[in-house]
Design a protein around this ligand. Structure first.
Ligand code: B12
Length: 579
């Protein structure tokens, strides 16, 4: 296989990993694990100890996620959920909050950064307000580690008593708007990991696999391989403990349980949580309860057989419509608790050999993938004993290339055949083929040349649209993922595209559309702009802090908002024929 357009995997600007780890260790003199309500009331030294205790007692931990933007409202919600559940005999062991992506920048840059839909915390005092809201473990998952602001965020969270900090998965995939310095991102992350490793107590390095390459690999065996790779980096080379989380994209109970079975075979560090299968929520709350029951039952049964310390994450059934409210979060927690009491009676119905057989394939394929990655990178001149060099090389290589070069499946004309096809890709392929088969072909004189990119990490909408456009016979120019408007428009112009397509999910739809229009105007370009995904944004003068639908504003600027593939086709037909 040729490797011609290979990215530069090494960077001479980067400090050696050993120096970065030393710098992180040195910070322990001034920054140590602080107290918080959870540590005080449970008497444990860290969440890892609590996890081991719960696993030994055979109790499945519960995680609740609070998605509000306002700090006071978040604190109030944590308290209410914890206390109400506790009175009903339900223990909510840990709380996660949705930090804003602007938290990923170094502190000095945050005020000017564009904001998404999450919370901004400044310094240890702000973090301590969250860790002291209730006697439950605080989980600071996203936009902490893995981004340029990693050191400041990690120090503040640990000082406030947090003992599970993420999100290493994000390091590999997330790009902040207008931030291209991957060396600085890597240096900040490795320094923060050195700081974590040097703490007296165990601070779990949370990695949500679905946020990283695992949400993008076509082969689930590669996702398991990523566990082995991250474990080597964090545990063998750095000396901290990495705690894995998975679940967003695993809808089939068999693959969920098998992934868990495989995970415990390659790691004995307690996991943070099994994430909710949020992609399954596609309907009304009543129908979403069926999806909740389906994934939770698989998780509870798998945790019963292989207690690995993960919490379950019962996602409120309104999550696909809007940010869930407090009573909906409480309902989901009660539901999970009740389901756990039923689960033991389902245990005899489960065919564990099927689960183990799939886990065998994942473990064997994952190990082969990890070995090939290490040897393949070493062959390409990467110092695989240096955590910083190794991380940068993996990030720069990206999931598609890594899978193509090192994947365990057999090579074919259209890439490798996955050992176990990732569900998200399988489902979206079916969806695209089914839709394309129902469409009349585009007139050959009006073939669109579509330049497509995303505003943020959400890439599946783009994947689906690309499959559908390809099926229609359109030419696709891939401008990439998490790109700035300037890059998108320039790529469209240079490639001679006659349509620009944007997939956006992070609550920046309107500002992004405006910026695209402005850049187009600066080039004197007048192309149709199709835009789809989650078309909302929090208005600057908002009192509620909640995002509002911006479809009408986008349309009034002359862009073409599309809620699905049918609307995309209608927009394409009208814009191409009038162009
Ligand atoms: C999967 C998912 C993820 C995955 C993404 C994996 C990946 N690599 O793609 C992961 C786990 C990484 C993720 C991360 C985050 N996510 Co997310 N995620 C989702 C989820 C569950 C599904 C989105 C999706 O991919 N759908 C699959 C597509 C194919 O379906 P679809 O959207 O219906 O697509 C149709 C149309 O939208 C349209 N379309 C889409 N794009 C385009 C483009 C064009 C040109 C056209 C014509 C049409 C079109 O056509 C499609 C076919 O009909 C949604 C919730 C939900 N149920 O929608 C949240 C959601 C989008 N995520 C959300 C958030 C907040 C985040 C995070 C910021 C959370 C955090 N704090 O870390 C991070 C993002 C961080 C970052 N740097 O940007 C929020 C956004 C909030 C908002 N805007 O109001 C949502 C809505 C969840 C929620 N309710 O809060 N997420």
């Amino acid at each position: 296989m040729t490797d011609d357009a290979a990215p530069t995997l090494n960077d001479t600007r980067m400090k050696p990993g050993s120096a970065l780890l030393d710098a992180g260790r040195a910070m322990v003199r001034d920054w140590r694990l602080g107290g918080c309500l959870f540590l005080l009331q449970t008497g444990v030294s860290c969440e890892a100890e609590w996890k081991r205790k719960c696993a030994a007692e055979g109790r499945v931990m519960q995680h609740a996620h609070i998605g509000f933007r306002d700090v006071n409202r978040t604190i109030e919600a944590i308290r209410t959920v914890h206390d109400t559940c506790s009175k009903a005999g339900v223990t909510v062991d840990r709380f996660g909050i949705t930090l804003d992506w602007s938290m990923g920048y170094p502190e000095a840059m945050r005020a000017k950064a564009s904001r998404g839909t999450g919370i901004v915390l400044n310094g240890p005092e702000d973090f301590a307000r969250i860790t002291n809201a209730a006697p439950a473990a605080a989980h600071f998952g996203d936009f902490m580690l893995g981004l340029p602001g990693a050191v400041e965020n990690t120090r503040a969270a640990i000082a406030a008593g947090a003992t599970a900090i993420g999100n290493l998965g994000q390091y590999f995939t997330f790009r902040l708007p207008y931030w291209d310095d991957d060396v600085a991102t890597t240096e900040a992350t490795v320094t923060a990991l050195g700081f974590i490793a040097a703490q007296d107590e165990t601070i779990l390095v949370h990695s949500n696999l679905d946020d990283g390459f695992a949400g993008l690999f076509i082969d689930m065996a590669c996702a398991l391989g990523m566990v082995i790779i991250e474990k080597h980096i964090v545990e063998d080379l750095i000396g901290a403990r990495v705690s894995h989380c998975y679940g967003h994209h695993f809808s089939d109970p068999l693959s969920r349980a098998a992934f868990h079975a495989a995970l415990v075979r390659v790691s004995d560090t307690p996991g943070t949580m099994i994430f909710g299968n949020t992609v399954a929520y596609q309907s009304t709350p009543a129908a979403n309860y069926a999806s909740l029951a389906s994934y939770l039952m698989a998780d509870i049964l798998a945790l019963g057989r292989w207690p690995a310390g993960h919490a379950v994450n019962p996602v409120p059934v309104t999550e696909n419509q809007r940010i869930p409210d407090v009573d909906e979060i409480i309902d989901a927690q009660n539901f999970a608790h009740r389901l756990a009491s039923h689960a033991q009676f389902y245990e005899p119905l489960v065919d564990w050999t099927k689960i183990d057989t799939m886990a065998d394939v994942l473990v064997e394929g994952g190990r082969r993938f990890a070995r090939s990655v290490f040897s393949g990178l070493a062959d390409r001149g990467v110092d695989t004993g240096d955590p910083a060099a190794l991380m940068l090389a993996i990030r720069r290589m990206g999931p598609k290339r890594m899978e193509r070069l090192f994947g365990p499946g057999l090579e074919g004309q259209r890439g490798r055949t996955p050992l176990i096809h990732a569900e998200w890709a399988r489902e979206l392929n079916h969806k695209a083929i089914d839709w394309v088969n129902r469409q009349a072909p585009l007139a050959s004189s009006h073939k669109p040349v579509v330049c497509i990119g995303t505003t943020d990490v959400h890439e599946h909408g783009k994947y689906l649209v690309e499959q559908a456009l390809d099926g229609l016979g359109a030419e696709i120019i891939d401008a990439g993922v998490a790109i700035d408007p300037e890059t998108l428009v320039k790529r469209a112009k240079d490639a001679g595209a006659n349509v620009i397509a944007v997939s956006t999910y992070n609550g920046v739809a309107l500002s992004y559309a405006k910026a695209v229009k402005a850049v187009m105007a600066s080039y004197g370009l007048a192309l149709p702009v199709l835009i789809g995904g989650r078309l909302n944004e929090i208005p600057k003068d908002s009192n509620s802090g909640l995002p509002v639908d911006v479809r009408a504003d986008i349309a009034s600027m002359g862009c073409l908002p599309c809620s699905d593939l049918d609307e995309m086709l209608a927009a394409l037909r009208s814009s191409i024929s009038s162009g």
